[in-house]
Design a protein around this ligand. Structure first.
Ligand code: F6P
Length: 331
């Protein structure tokens, strides 16, 4: 019979995202529910190397469900990339009697988890990043909160852009992906959205869209740029040169990573945290907890890391159809 797991560790790694705390809480509470002790590893993989831990009691996780950030702190560890670093991490697991590690984060976090599992430590992954760029899971914890934060900021920008009849260029996060930009762009009714997945044709994507919007009666314009496309300041300068407008550029930056998680993020994080522990309790490990068609599936880490997710380009048609920019250019 499988040896019952007695104690696990949980850590958050990479860029933080709203809802990480909700996942930590769910892991700690579910572990208690299954009679497993739960130790919080602080500062991600680096904390595992350094033996930097805290006991996750009921008290400590009591008020964190709705809090942004991560009470476990997070870090990106160079040392964990080395064999020596990983050996130290294994030594910590042995010292603390950890029968498994739940790693909450993005692709980089799961690469680390895979390496650790190869050294004999059972692991489970929980996807959390505002970028929503994890191939294996339809959804990642934090995306909804980050989108809503960006939408809220852009709505405020729109008020002043509308008063001054200006053009606004807003840069949003997303690393190499445009999931956040396209979602937000549709939700704010942007004049144009630039994403790394679509090659930029400045004339088609910006100049004509702003001209058409103006001809259709618009007096202010909102251009949303995914950071993976390049600098919003460059785009602003090009708009000035091409159209004579005087755009105001805003880089939303890390504000998108903060704030209380939305209901969707709290609920998803809680379900993911629960299923990660349940897998351990039932003797399974080595997978990422993923959302698929509204449900939860476990996908082996190696397979999960090889999966890709594509931006739904039909959303561009939707964006064009509902924008106040008149008829689209005929091919
Ligand atoms: O992956 C999350 C993310 O916020 C990306 O959108 C962004 O490119 C990156 O992290 C920023 O990282 P840092 O916290 O190192 O500035």
């Amino acid at each position: 019979m499988e040896k019952k797991i007695r104690r696990i560790g949980v850590l958050t790694s990479g860029g933080d995202s709203p809802g990480m705390n909700a996942a930590v809480r769910a892991v700690a509470r579910t572990a208690m529910h299954f009679g497993i002790e739960c130790i919080g590893i602080r500062r991600g993989w680096q904390g595992l190397i350094n033996g930097d831990f805290m006991i996750l009691s009921t008290d400590i996780v009591r008020h964190i469900l709705g809090r942004g950030g991560t009470v476990l702190y997070t870090a990106r560890s160079e040392e964990f990339m080395t064999e020596k670093g990983r050996e130290k991490a294994v030594a910590t697991c042995k010292m603390l009697g950890l029968g498994g590690i739940i790693a909450i984060g993005g692709d980089g976090t799961f690469k680390g988890a895979l390496e650790l599992s190869r050294l004999g430590i059972p692991v489970m992954g929980v996807p959390a990043t505002i970028d929503n760029d994890i191939g294996c899971s339809n959804y990642t914890i934090g995306f909804d909160s980050a989108c809503n934060t960006a939408i809220d900021c852009i709505d405020k920008l729109r008020d002043t852009m509308q008063s001054h009849e200006r053009c606004s260029v807003v840069e949003v996060m997303g690393r190499h992906a445009g999931f956040l930009a396209l979602y937000v762009g549709i939700a704010v009714g942007a004049t144009s959205v630039l994403v790394p997945e679509r090659e930029l044709d400045f004339e088609r994507d910006i100049v004509e869209r702003i001209q058409n919007a103006r001809l259709a009666g618009a007096t202010h314009f909102m251009v949303v740029v995914a950071e993976g496309v390049g600098s919003a300041f460059d785009i602003g300068n090009r708009i000035h040169e091409a159209l004579g407008l005087d755009p105001r550029v805003t880089v939303l930056g890390h504000i998108q990573r903060g704030g209380a998680p939305t209901g969707r993020d709290r609920e998803t994080a809680t379900r993911m945290g629960y299923y990660a522990v349940k897998a351990f309790a039932e003797g399974r490990s080595g997978s990422v907890i993923c959302t698929k068609e509204g449900g939860i599936v476990e996908i082996p880490i190696e397979e999960a890391l090889a999966m890709t997710k594509h931006l739904q380009m039909d959303r561009y048609d939707i964006l064009e159809a509902v924008a106040s920019s008149g008829p689209r250019r005929q091919p």
